[in-house]
Design a protein around this ligand. Structure first.
Ligand code: ADP
Ligand code: MG
Length: 405
């Protein structure tokens, strides 16, 4: 929860522009009451990839790329929302929402899904009319969808009603995305957007839904490099990886009572059960088991400011995702390759589900420009694709903004 950025001039300018945009719409003009503002950040995962749906550990940070909604509560059980990005207005009724009866697929489904899941969880929701803008690139793996959901939880919530804590709210939004939108995502994205803390990463335990904050070392910047490559294979490969992990758990559990997820498996247990596992399943399991350990090691390295260890851990994670889990791509590999050759780049790896999207980089303060220059100079030559480089900061999680009216 956050009332962050109060007094930040760029936040005030953004709020003024969004409010003005809302007032100019038929929905905004002439209705009484102050315009309210809610925000939710995207996220980048530092390490712990594909571990969330294996009840493992992840280490994302909420970043200063955000979706904002300016809105007024509506006295009807309806939502009407304009996406400034798409120049598109959509609406839906809060009554009779159900995954079975939802209409044509549209971006508003993420809002309707959140309303449906909040209702299912016994939370009150109420209608609003509003407009949203976004600085999160869509479909790049920085979780614009989770940000849209978490911003929606704030706009839909009944005022002064008790609000579940961030992890529980994230689970509700995840359920909406899983069952209503039909995307089989884990809980990390919503959790990071809900619970982020400025200047910190979040160590989330996806078995208990508990989290701890981990401070980012003062001398390091977070840089995200977007490969511009399609995530076309992502959905089918993601679902295959999930079932391979489930098969691994099932086969190991036949001999090891008490194993319910790969979280319950350590390296020694995996080794003594390798003979039971198809070779490809063994490799998937090995990635998950070792990746969980790398998350804990990264938290320690961040705490100790051990830059060499951070570099080794990111490199090991990337290699494991490339060779064992097989979700990297030539473009992601090229982006990491270019980054690690730049002086001042401490650590670089693919982030997100894979097959495209972004890399995450820890960079000594002052070296961000050198990384950007190297990527802009070399990446397009190597891949034919246009990269984007975002220097980001870890920010607070979703909440209502309290800015001067
Ligand atoms: P990611 O979460 O990695 O950005 P997804 O494919 O999961 O990519 O989610 C992207 C979808 O979220 C978009 O196709 C759209 O439906 C919705 N969305 C995200 N940002 C916006 C926006 N600014 N306006 C409307 N819809 C958005
Ligand atoms: Mg998404």
């Amino acid at each position: 929860m956050s009332e962050g950025q109060t007094g930040n001039p760029s936040a005030v300018a953004r709020a003024d522009a969004l409010r003005a945009r809302f007032e100019a719409l038929p929905a905004g003009a002439g209705s009484p009451g102050p315009v309210r503002l809610v925000r939710a950040p995207g996220r980048v995962n530092l390490i712990g990839e594909h571990t969330d749906y294996n009840q493992g550990l992840v280490l994302p940070a909420a970043i200063d790329r955000e979706i904002w909604i300016a809105f007024r509560p509506w006295d009807r059980p309806e939502v009407e929302l304009t996406s400034a990005e798409f120049g598109d207005t959509r609406s839906f009724s809060l009554e009779g929402l159900s995954p079975e009866t939802r209409g044509a697929k549209s971006w508003i489904d993420y809002v309707a899904a959140t309303a449906w899941a909040m209702r299912e969880a016994g939370l009150g929701v109420r209608g609003f009319r509003g407009v949203m803008d976004s600085t999160i690139p869509i479909g790049s793996g920085l979780s614009s969808s989770a940000a849209l959901e978490m911003a929606s939880t704030w706009a839909l919530a009944v005022p002064r009603a008790p609000r579940p804590e961030a992890g529980a709210m994230a689970a509700i939004a995840q359920r909406g995305e899983n069952h209503y939108v039909g995307v089989n995502c884990g809980i990390m994205d919503q959790f990071a957007s809900a619970a982020g803390r400025a200047g910190h990463a979040l160590l989330i335990d996806c078995r208990t839904n508990q989290f701890k904050t981990a401070p980012m070392p003062a001398g390091l910047s977070l840089v995200v490099c977007e490969t511009g490559s399609s995530r076309r294979l992502e959905v089918s490969a993601y679902n295959t990886r999930r079932s391979e992990c489930e098969l691994g758990v099932k086969l190991i559990a036949e001999r090891e009572p008490g194993v319910r997820s790969l979280r319950d498996v350590d390296e020694a247990m995996l080794d003594r059960n390798r003979d039971r596992l198809p070779e490809v399943v063994a490799r998937r399991c090995e990635h998950i088991v070792l990746e969980d350990a790398r998350v804990m090691d990264t938290v320690a390295a961040l705490r100790d400011g051990d830059l060499a260890a951070l570099g080794r851990l990111f490199a090991a994670s990337h290699a494991s995702l490339r060779d064992l889990y097989e979700v990297s791509s030539p473009e992601l590999d090229a982006m990491v390759d270019i980054a690690v050759a730049v002086p001042g780049v401490v650590a670089s790896r693919m982030t997100g589900a894979g097959f495209g999207g972004c890399t995450v980089n820890l960079v000594e303060r002052g070296a961000e420009g050198a990384l950007r220059d190297a990527v802009l100079a070399k990446y397009q030559n190597r891949t034919g694709l246009k990269p984007r480089v975002y220097i980001v900061a870890a920010v607070d999680g979703a909440g209502e903004l309290q800015l001067p009216a």
